[in-house]
Design a protein. Structure first.
Length: 146
Protein backbone atom coordinates (compact mmCIF):
# COMPACT_ATOMS: atom_id res chain seq x y z
CA UNK A 1 0.00 0.00 0.00
CA UNK A 2 1.17 3.51 -0.79
CA UNK A 3 2.77 5.23 2.24
CA UNK A 4 0.73 8.37 1.58
CA UNK A 5 -2.49 6.37 1.88
CA UNK A 6 -1.30 4.71 5.09
CA UNK A 7 -0.49 8.13 6.58
CA UNK A 8 -3.87 9.50 5.46
CA UNK A 9 -5.72 6.63 7.16
CA UNK A 10 -3.67 7.03 10.33
CA UNK A 11 -4.37 10.78 10.30
CA UNK A 12 -8.11 10.07 10.02
CA UNK A 13 -7.83 7.90 13.13
CA UNK A 14 -5.76 10.56 14.91
CA UNK A 15 -8.56 13.05 14.24
CA UNK A 16 -11.05 10.58 15.76
CA UNK A 17 -8.92 10.35 18.88
CA UNK A 18 -8.64 14.13 19.13
CA UNK A 19 -12.42 14.48 18.84
CA UNK A 20 -13.16 11.67 21.30
CA UNK A 21 -15.85 12.42 23.84
CA UNK A 22 -14.20 10.85 26.91
CA UNK A 23 -11.40 13.43 27.31
CA UNK A 24 -13.84 16.23 26.58
CA UNK A 25 -16.05 15.07 29.44
CA UNK A 26 -13.11 15.57 31.79
CA UNK A 27 -12.44 19.04 30.37
CA UNK A 28 -16.04 20.10 30.91
CA UNK A 29 -17.74 20.74 34.22
CA UNK A 30 -19.80 17.59 34.06
CA UNK A 31 -21.47 16.74 37.38
CA UNK A 32 -20.58 13.41 38.97
CA UNK A 33 -23.23 12.15 41.38
CA UNK A 34 -23.13 9.02 43.52
CA UNK A 35 -24.83 7.22 40.63
CA UNK A 36 -21.99 7.90 38.24
CA UNK A 37 -18.80 7.55 40.30
CA UNK A 38 -17.97 4.16 38.75
CA UNK A 39 -18.63 5.54 35.28
CA UNK A 40 -16.39 8.52 36.02
CA UNK A 41 -13.48 6.18 36.80
CA UNK A 42 -14.04 4.45 33.46
CA UNK A 43 -14.21 7.79 31.64
CA UNK A 44 -10.89 8.76 33.23
CA UNK A 45 -9.31 5.51 31.98
CA UNK A 46 -10.83 6.00 28.54
CA UNK A 47 -9.51 9.57 28.36
CA UNK A 48 -6.00 8.37 29.21
CA UNK A 49 -6.29 5.59 26.62
CA UNK A 50 -7.33 8.19 24.04
CA UNK A 51 -4.22 10.23 24.78
CA UNK A 52 -2.09 7.07 24.51
CA UNK A 53 -3.76 6.13 21.20
CA UNK A 54 -3.14 9.60 19.79
CA UNK A 55 0.53 9.44 20.81
CA UNK A 56 0.98 5.99 19.25
CA UNK A 57 -0.75 7.06 16.02
CA UNK A 58 1.38 10.22 15.87
CA UNK A 59 4.56 8.19 16.32
CA UNK A 60 3.58 5.76 13.58
CA UNK A 61 2.66 8.62 11.23
CA UNK A 62 6.08 10.17 11.80
CA UNK A 63 7.85 6.80 11.48
CA UNK A 64 6.02 6.31 8.17
CA UNK A 65 7.46 9.54 6.82
CA UNK A 66 4.27 11.55 7.23
CA UNK A 67 3.19 14.52 9.27
CA UNK A 68 0.35 14.48 11.78
CA UNK A 69 -2.58 16.58 10.63
CA UNK A 70 -3.61 19.72 12.48
CA UNK A 71 -5.25 19.29 15.85
CA UNK A 72 -8.98 18.86 15.57
CA UNK A 73 -11.72 19.33 18.11
CA UNK A 74 -15.47 19.04 18.02
CA UNK A 75 -17.73 22.00 18.70
CA UNK A 76 -20.57 19.52 19.21
CA UNK A 77 -19.26 18.89 22.73
CA UNK A 78 -19.72 22.46 23.95
CA UNK A 79 -23.00 21.51 25.61
CA UNK A 80 -21.47 19.08 28.12
CA UNK A 81 -21.04 21.57 30.94
CA UNK A 82 -23.23 21.19 34.03
CA UNK A 83 -24.78 17.90 32.93
CA UNK A 84 -24.89 14.85 35.16
CA UNK A 85 -22.48 12.23 33.85
CA UNK A 86 -25.13 9.50 34.04
CA UNK A 87 -27.19 11.41 31.46
CA UNK A 88 -24.23 11.77 29.08
CA UNK A 89 -23.34 8.07 29.07
CA UNK A 90 -25.70 7.18 26.18
CA UNK A 91 -23.94 9.81 24.11
CA UNK A 92 -20.54 8.39 25.08
CA UNK A 93 -21.73 4.91 24.09
CA UNK A 94 -22.90 6.20 20.69
CA UNK A 95 -19.58 7.99 20.20
CA UNK A 96 -17.63 4.82 21.01
CA UNK A 97 -19.77 2.78 18.61
CA UNK A 98 -19.08 5.24 15.78
CA UNK A 99 -15.35 5.27 16.48
CA UNK A 100 -15.24 1.47 16.62
CA UNK A 101 -16.94 1.21 13.22
CA UNK A 102 -14.34 3.53 11.70
CA UNK A 103 -11.46 1.64 13.33
CA UNK A 104 -12.84 -1.66 11.99
CA UNK A 105 -12.88 -0.23 8.46
CA UNK A 106 -9.36 1.16 8.89
CA UNK A 107 -8.10 -2.21 10.17
CA UNK A 108 -9.38 -3.87 6.99
CA UNK A 109 -7.85 -1.18 4.79
CA UNK A 110 -4.48 -1.50 6.53
CA UNK A 111 -4.42 -5.31 6.63
CA UNK A 112 -1.38 -5.52 4.31
CA UNK A 113 0.61 -3.06 6.47
CA UNK A 114 1.65 -5.18 9.49
CA UNK A 115 2.80 -2.39 11.80
CA UNK A 116 -0.18 -0.12 11.12
CA UNK A 117 -2.64 -3.02 11.22
CA UNK A 118 -1.26 -4.18 14.59
CA UNK A 119 -1.64 -0.73 16.14
CA UNK A 120 -5.11 -0.16 14.74
CA UNK A 121 -6.26 -3.62 15.84
CA UNK A 122 -4.89 -3.06 19.35
CA UNK A 123 -6.70 0.27 19.65
CA UNK A 124 -9.87 -1.27 18.21
CA UNK A 125 -9.81 -4.07 20.79
CA UNK A 126 -9.26 -1.60 23.64
CA UNK A 127 -12.18 0.52 22.50
CA UNK A 128 -14.39 -2.56 22.15
CA UNK A 129 -13.54 -3.54 25.74
CA UNK A 130 -14.34 -0.04 26.97
CA UNK A 131 -17.64 -0.07 25.10
CA UNK A 132 -18.56 -3.39 26.67
CA UNK A 133 -17.80 -2.00 30.13
CA UNK A 134 -19.88 1.11 29.37
CA UNK A 135 -22.79 -1.06 28.30
CA UNK A 136 -22.55 -3.05 31.53
CA UNK A 137 -22.63 0.17 33.56
CA UNK A 138 -25.43 1.69 31.54
CA UNK A 139 -27.56 -0.99 29.88
CA UNK A 140 -29.87 0.13 27.10
CA UNK A 141 -33.46 0.53 28.24
CA UNK A 142 -35.71 -2.34 27.27
CA UNK A 143 -38.18 -1.53 24.52
CA UNK A 144 -41.72 -1.40 25.83
CA UNK A 145 -40.62 -1.23 29.48
CA UNK A 146 -42.64 1.13 31.60
Amino acid sequence: MDRGLVVAILNELLTLEQRSLAPRLLESTVFVSDLSVTAFSLVQRMAQATRDHAAALTKLILDSGGSPGPRSSSLATADLHFQELQHVLPRLIADEQAVIRKYAIAAQRLSDEPRAAALVTRILQRRQQDLQTLRELFPAPKVGAA
